[in-house]
Design a binder for this molecule. Structure first.
Ligand code: GDD
Length: 283
């Protein structure tokens, strides 16, 4: 598929032969592996599929890159704060021990070590970006930030009157995807591969995010939110908060967009999606 400057090739991350063909055909300078079954709760329901995509999928891309035998290819792996699980250490940095608490995170730990191994054993320019939660108006609707802003816009539009959620006490270090994608690119511009935590260093609860988004329209979320027991996970990590000192020093990276601005952007986009002019609410 061809756009102005982008070519989309179809392929399945679990299909090694397709990955080998594509890498040979495209001869990329940089490879970013963002492919995943990335929903934590779904990974409890589909642990095998999740592992095939998240763990073996990453290894298959690495193998395709190694097989081409071309030393100029730089490789980025989307690692995640989920690798830390419920650890005592806070904030989490590159030295914090891994304790994955769901099948998705277990797959990501496997992939993390394969990337490190390919770097150390084969000299591949390979980096793990240990990214904490990153959101935008393009976020899938079954992740909590987007679920909240989509639900809020639909409430305003009169299309739903309740919003069902799970654990409101969970705390996450939420940043804007735009800032985080820049960090991914910066990692591949370095002289050699390495592992970096990318985070804002601030943690907020799901309740806080409800306060910010409903509050931006002058509403009290407790009038609309109900807890659905089915949305509670077998284990949920109670708090993530990242220390990205290494990335700040080595890459010169820092997050620019606050959670308040991120939430307002998501609320405005979802209102517009419902045909409601965000300017009505002072946006
Ligand atoms: N999805 C969802 N839906 N989460 C809910 C809900 C709900 O209705 N109610 C409460 N939560 C809580 C979850 O229990 C979790 O503690 C928190 O909100 C965030 O959930 P998600 O938005 O689904 O994200 P995540 O933290 O599990 O994982 C995301 O971030 C990771 C770190 O970057 C995903 O993008 C992962 O793929 C990613 O690795």
């Amino acid at each position: 598929m061809q756009g102005d400057s982008i070519y989309l090739h179809f392929g399945d991350i679990t299909d090694s032969s397709r990955l080998n063909d594509l890498i040979n055909q495209v001869e990329p300078n940089e490879v970013y592996n963002l492919a995943a079954q990335s929903h934590v709760q779904i990974s409890f329901d589909e642990p095998i599929h999740t592992s095939e995509v998240v763990a073996l999928g990453a290894l298959k891309v690495l193998e395709a890159v190694r097989n081409i035998g071309s030393s100029h290819i730089r490789f980025y792996q989307a690692t995640t704060s989920e690798v830390y699980g419920n650890v005592e250490a806070s904030p989490q940095d590159e030295k914090t021990p891994f304790h994955p608490d769901n099948p998705y995170a277990c797959g990501k730990v496997f992939a993390f070590h394969q990337v490190r191994l390919y770097r150390e054993a084969y000299g591949l320019h390979a980096s793990n970006g240990i990214l904490f939660n990153h959101e935008s108006p393009r976020r899938g609707e079954n992740f909590v930030t987007r679920k909240i802003t989509r639900g809020l816009a639909r409430i305003i539009a009169g299309k739903q009157d309740k919003l069902l959620l799970g654990n409101l006490d969970a705390r996450r270090d939420w940043g804007h995807a735009k800032d985080y994608v820049q960090a991914m690119w910066m990692m591949l511009q370095q002289a050699s591969g390495d592992d970096y935590v990318i985070a804002t260093g601030k943690s907020y609860s799901v309740r806080d995010y409800l306060d910010i988004s409903f509050g931006s329209l002058g509403l009290d979320w407790s009038d609309y939110v109900e807890i659905d027991q089915n949305l509670l996970r077998p284990i949920d990590v109670s708090e993530f908060i990242g220390d990205s000192k290494k990335a700040r020093n080595a890459l010169g990276w820092e997050p620019k967009i606050s959670l308040e601005d991120l939430a307002r952007e998501m609320v405005a986009t979802d209102l517009a999606h419902e045909g409601i002019d965000p300017a009505q609410f002072g946006f």
